[in-house]
Design a protein around this ligand. Structure first.
Ligand SMILES: [Zn+2]
Length: 202
């Protein structure tokens, strides 16, 4: 793996990856044209459908999501337990889907606040991993962006679980096991960040 260091972040050159799941078109559940209601809403290419009646074309792009990597003064990793499906009850890192009109950086800060109550004052992009997220009977394609998050120090830096997190805990580096993380991209990401554990961002 080639690495080139820049002022603000590390650029990592990776194989393009691009794992393709199954043979189903990503829009196979969308049988009717959302514009005119025609049933002639057919595959246009591997990631889009076209309406043969009105010409409407829809492309499925991955949903942007964020993942926070936070370690405390003892080098322990901040981990949450998932309150909801998919992978309910398994370990996770704080994060979630980006909202429309917000930056990815703001999205990760917002999710950390919502799920743990912690205030992040600086973020640093690490890497991204594509994922498949099963929700409501539909496979959501995501691009999960991992950020190193630096938490504001102060009188009250106690993390507490809220929103999508059932529990928040600090894990010692030796207790961080990628197999305990139910979402595939998070498990892969945890494998990659193990080298960062033992450092502090709080
Ligand atoms: Zn149409």
């Amino acid at each position: 793996m080639d690495k080139e260091h820049t002022n603000s972040h590390t650029v990592t050159t990776l194989p393009l990856g691009g794992e393709r799941g199954g043979g189903l078109h990503p829009l196979h559940l969308f049988r009717y044209c959302p514009l005119c209601g025609s049933s002639q809403f057919v595959e246009n290419n591997g990631k889009s459908k076209r309406c043969l009646d009105c010409g409407f074309v829809y492309y499925l792009n991955p949903s942007a999501a964020t993942v926070a990597v936070i370690t405390n003064e003892r080098g322990e990793l901040l981990v949450v337990r998932r309150a909801k499906d998919p992978a309910r009850g398994t370990l996770d890192l704080p994060g979630g889907f980006s909202d429309c009109y917000e930056t990815s950086e703001h999205g990760v800060v917002r999710e950390v606040k919502e799920e743990t109550g912690l205030d992040v004052d600086r973020v640093e992009f690490l890497f991204s991993i594509p994922n498949l997220y099963e929700y409501s009977g539909f496979t959501v394609h995501t691009i999960d962006m991992f950020y190193r998050c630096y938490v504001k120090t102060g009188d009250d830096i106690q993390a507490h679980a809220a929103d999508d997190a059932a529990e928040v805990m600090w894990l010692r580096p030796e207790n961080v096991n990628p197999a305990d993380f139910g979402l595939k991209s998070i498990s892969k990401g945890v494998e990659r960040i193990k080298a960062l554990l033992g450092e502090t961002t709080i």
